[in-house]
Design a protein around this ligand. Sequence first.
Ligand SMILES: NC(=O)c1ccc[n+]([C@@H]2O[C@H](COP(=O)([O-])OP(=O)(O)OC[C@H]3O[C@@H](n4cnc5c(N)ncnc54)[C@H](OP(=O)(O)O)[C@@H]3O)[C@@H](O)[C@H]2O)c1
Length: 492
Amino acid sequence: MVDEPPVDDRPFLPGQLLFPWESDDAPAAPKQSPPQSDSVSTATEPEPKLEPELVGEGLDAPQPPAGSDSPAGDDSAAESDATAERSKPVKKKPNKASSQTDVSQTAESAKAESTSPPPAAKVKATSKRRATKRRPKKAAKRRRASAKSTRPSPNNSQQPLKSYHDAMEYIPLKWGAQLPKVGFGFWKVDKDQTADVCRSVIEVGYRHLDCACDYGNEVEVGQGIKAAISDGLCDREDLWVTSKLWNTYHAPEHVHQACQRSLDDLGLDYLDLYLIHFPIAQRFVPFEKNYPPGWFFDPDATNPVVEEARVPMHETWQAMEELATSGLVRNIGICNFGTSQIRDLLSYARIRPAVLQVETHPYLTQEKLLRYCDQEKIAYTAFSPLGAQSYFSLGMADSSEAVMESDVVRNIATACGKSPAQVLLRWGVQRGTAVIPKTSKRERMEENINVFDFELTDEQMTAISGLNQGRRFNDPGDFGEAAFNTFLPIYE
Ligand SMILES: NC(=O)c1ccc[n+]([C@@H]2O[C@H](COP(=O)([O-])OP(=O)(O)OC[C@H]3O[C@@H](n4cnc5c(N)ncnc54)[C@H](OP(=O)(O)O)[C@@H]3O)[C@@H](O)[C@H]2O)c1
């Protein structure tokens, strides 16, 4: 078991994340990814103070002016920034033509095992937080004014972009964290290609890397990160690295070990975001027996099945909170949760989920879930943003289900002078979500991140959203039985 979390006896405000670097005497938060000169949001360091006027007040209390430079704890400011950002016209200089070099043409086959045993727990429990000293209002206002005066403008100058990273936009989270709106997903990136792919995507300009224990390639992602850093492409603090807690590690005593294993594999000492991968707890598989363990409890059994474990989510979440308060991860969140599960989680969370990651594309627009997250100030990341594309090779989608091939998307792409993939990703970021497309091809890496130099009209946005069919490709309730001999519904 990990140690008891430090007690925070201040009143908990809905929508407020609590982190150890809130107080002056807590360890300093590592620097969050600073947006580049022409990025939209500009907070460069966590603002750890609660504004005096906000302490003890609810979300309906009057809020200071919007801006990501607003003080920590200012939910409405962060939200207003996100909203303003969504509606802000994007006028960016088009980027240069892409390189055509393929990084990999290999088939998608990422399931691989690592047999090294888990490292010993390294997290030191943080000391009990002392009461937060409050900064005078005037000082906070001065900070905001000063930050605004130095805020870089979007890249609408004639300066050529140094990399696609220069055009990136961000979803502001609390404490100055900035989630890059376009990230790169590592699911099904071939293990042998992953280090090169990772270095390449960083070179292209991606700073948001979406990883998971279950993808079986965190060691190789770590090698790519290391190569990129040693080649001077970025610093660790420029990156946003997400990993995910696999289903077999939901019991509180395994959460820390699982996170530490991902960190060790990635060669990092903190994660920017750690997500619960699925709201399904599976029976524990020892790290040294099978890693990543995947879905089967015992793949060598005569009739292998998924074995569930009865672990209440509140216990898993408390262990996730301990990771956050220890500083091992900066943000915690969830994947594949619906509104009822989120609502329940919010009823006991001391640290609210910063991000929900869930399948979203024009055939599964998730309007209500997205709106609920907006209401609860939970950032939203769309996985499989290109729709069926990822599921053909798995036999989980029919070729007729390619949203990229729909007339609506193709006609809009032609009208915009963009590719269907760029239209789908632009639709995703323009409706306020982050998107994390995967590809192993260099030209597609450039294509997929290059979505900040055009804007879809309201009519085009509506037409794309109108394609919704409620079609979910990644549903354990469907693939569980076919692939793993186990009926595993989670969305019903
Ligand atoms: N939390 C979860 O439960 C969960 C579940 C699924 C996925 N995810 C995350 O989300 C990421 C993205 O989702 P995904 O990988 O399922 O799907 P995706 O990124 O929507 O689609 C990937 C597929 O589209 C192809 N593709 C990529 N760019 C293209 C382009 N510009 N034009 C045409 N085809 C293109 C890729 O082929 P090539 O590689 O050949 O280019 C690949 O087959 C994952 O990698 C993972 O990190 C999370």
